[in-house]
Design a protein around this ligand. Structure first.
Ligand code: AMP
Ligand code: GLY
Length: 416
């Protein structure tokens, strides 16, 4: 099977790495890719947001499967453009991707499907905003309704800051604060059958101890030894299957990756958000543990044959990933810095460096090209071992001005 992956971050590098290890994959392409992806796939300088260009590329490559990684192309209808050319696509239609693209739409689907989530008001006027903030009290949770790359959400006890963020949004969702640990659970679906993957946890704040601003994610680990072993079955029954069924009932079948961001509260599991694609950096650790070949699974979702796929196989071990970010991320990042030590890091057993924002400069050097630059991933028999290996690999990498969290999976590794 010839596979084309759309996107160019660490998630797409992880997808390409797994696909490159699948014996059924005869050719692997990626657009636009990055410097690391170029080592496992043939990269093409095609704009991921341009549906017509992506579809044309897929046809010219004779692709048997196209996998769309990020949310922006999905919301822009890139999966639809490829599907129209008769090529199987892993990724939802633009209409179904609204589950991620509009928080108000997601709330509406959850209400109809009886899926447990935070109580929320959708507000457009200052009066509505004040009423909602007053109704819930602190801490305030204020979410821009549209796509905001993980930066549209403000959680604060400062009423003035909550109000200012809400007023800056065209439409805003104000909701009840959910306490308790967060879990990311991904499921592969063809619109009918839902196959959950193993849960992971990510670290959203920029600094150690969950301090600092929200980011796209600074690290992740899997499995979650502290989670109830029945969690995945419960979420499948109460969240994932009802949501997929409700979307099908509405005539907007969702096929691809359904990502449930969950809070495990004292009153039970609640959905914080849905995403319409693999999470980043959680994908790096989930795929590190998946033993079932990836291409067949994604193709089954793309062609409506997931019910026939045998149960997934998982490694018993653990995986940890640590994100190395540019100077000033999550603010406007500095780019163009040379990355050194990649070869030394690659010499370590069971560790590998996935590229997020990188490119090759004119002299053939790998340089930073985005906010999150690398996602350094390692596996091991347990979380403590995986964590030690990941940080050993991080220590071999040199990138001027970069920063990373030093406490990814620290607590869980110490208590396991
Ligand atoms: P989202 O973009 O919806 O995932 O929100 C980003 C982050 O904000 C989440 O991962 C949570 O840490 C936090 N958050 C979002 N909604 C809530 C909520 N209702 N209660 C508490 N924290 C939340
Ligand atoms: N890790 C959070 C996300 O992918 O949205």
């Amino acid at each position: 099977m010839k596979v084309l992956v759309i996107g160019g971050g660490a998630r797409e590098h992880a997808l390409c790495r797994s696909l490159s290890l699948d014996p059924d994959v005869t050719a692997l392409h990626c657009a636009p890719g990055n410097a690391g992806i170029a080592e496992v796939a043939e990269v093409h300088p095609v704009d991921a947001l341009d549906g017509a260009a992506v579809a044309e590329l897929a046809v010219s490559l004779d692709a048997g499967l196209v996998v769309v990684g990020p949310e922006a192309p999905l919301v822009a209808g890139v999966a639809d453009a490829v599907r129209e050319r008769g090529i199987p696509v892993f990724g939802p239609s633009a209409e179904a991707a609204l589950l991620e693209g509009s928080k108000a739409f997601a709330k509406d689907v959850m209400a109809a499907a009886n899926v447990p989530t935070a109580r929320a008001y959708v507000c457009t006027t200052p009066a509505e905003i004040d009423e909602a903030l007053d109704a819930f009290g602190a801490p305030y949770v204020v979410k821009d309704d549209g796509l905001a790359a993980g930066k549209g959400v403000v959680v604060t006890s400062d009423l003035a800051a909550a109000r200012a963020h809400a007023l800056a949004c065209e439409q805003v969702v104000i909701e009840e604060f959910l306490d308790g640990p967060e879990v990311s659970l991904f499921a592969v679906t063809d619109g009918e059958t839902v196959v959950p993957l193993q849960p992971a946890q990510d670290f959203k704040r920029a600094l150690d101890g969950d301090e600092g601003p929200n980011t796209g994610g600074m690290g992740a680990y899997s499995p979650l030894p502290w989670a109830d072993p029945k969690l995945v079955d419960e979420v499948l029954r109460t969240v994932l299957q009802p949501t997929v069924d409700e979307l099908r009932r509405r005539g907007t079948s969702f096929s691809g990756l359904l990502y449930a961001g969950l809070a495990i509260t004292s009153r039970g599991v609640r959905v914080i958000e849905f995403n319409a694609r693999f999470g980043d950096p959680e994908t790096q650790v989930v795929l590190a543990r998946l033993k079932t070949p990836l291409a067949g699974l994604l193709l089954a979702a793309a062609t409506g044959t997931l019910a026939a796929v045998p149960p997934l196989r998982w490694s018993e071990g653990a995986a940890v990933t640590v994100v190395v970010a540019s100077h000033n991320y999550p603010g406007t990042p500095r780019t163009g810095d040379v990355i050194e030590g990649l070869a030394e890091a690659a010499e370590l057993d069971s560790a590998y460096v996935l590229h997020a924002g990188t490119k090759c400069d004119e002299e053939g050097r790998v340089v930073s090209a985005g906010g999150r630059v690398l996602s350094v991933t390692a596996t091991g028999p347990d979380l403590a071992a995986a964590r030690t290996r990941a940080y050993e690999a991080v220590s071999r990498i040199r990138l001027a001005g970069s920063h990373h969290r030093t406490d990814i999976a620290a607590k869980v590794a110490a208590s396991a």
